[in-house]
Design a protein around this ligand. Structure first.
Ligand SMILES: [Zn+2]
Length: 183
């Protein structure tokens, strides 16, 4: 499985929202702006008023991803269907700078409903594509960030190389200490 930065934007944003806004949104609007930087118009329209709505969305997406990680596709599907009906998308063509573009929301849609729809649809496609078991959580102590394992053998254990290196270094230190203790 390969993630495409455009086609899978909703999935990547969903993971980012969960990792950065849940359980606490202490990173504030700056963290949210980082997450939405994949879509410059969204980042440009973002205000502090959007934060509570995104934090709530992050909580709902977290519940979906936790269901998937636990192998409970049924509960994840019920949650996603609730989101999909609360935030419907309306595909339509709009002319922009001389060419037709496909949009899924009217131009005046505010950010939270729009991203709720995008993230819910992306996770629904992910579930329907049979990828549910690819949701993982970082094993580094104190991390727990969620990720989608795109490796062929599904062997990913860490959210980032930073966490992987941290765990490797700690393990090496433990081995060194054990050797010294044996002397
Ligand atoms: Zn990590």
């Amino acid at each position: 499985m390969r993630l495409d930065v455009w086609a899978d934007t909703g999935l990547l944003v969903a993971l980012d929202l969960v990792n950065r806004l849940h359980p606490d949104a202490s990173g504030g609007v700056a963290a949210l702006a980082d997450v939405l930087a994949v879509d410059p118009p969204s980042a440009a329209h973002l205000t502090a008023r959007d934060l509570p709505g995104f934090a709530e969305l992050a909580g709902e997406l977290r519940a979906v991803l936790d269901n998937l990680r636990a192998g409970d596709e049924d509960s994840a599907a019920v949650r996603l269907n609730t989101l999909l009906s609360a935030y419907p998308a309306h595909p339509h063509l709009a002319r922009e700078e001389g060419r037709w573009r496909l949009h899924h929301h009217p131009a005046e849609t505010s950010l939270v409903p729009m991203w709720s729809a995008i993230c819910a649809e992306a996770l629904a496609r992910f579930l329907a594509g049979g990828h549910a078991s690819r949701v993982g959580a970082c094993e580094a102590r104190g991390c727990g960030r969620l990720f989608v394992d795109t490796s062929r053998n599904r062997i990913r254990r860490f959210c980032s190389t930073a966490c992987q290196d941290r765990v490797k270094t700690a393990a090496a230190r433990r081995r060194g200490a054990a050797r010294n203790a044996q002397r």
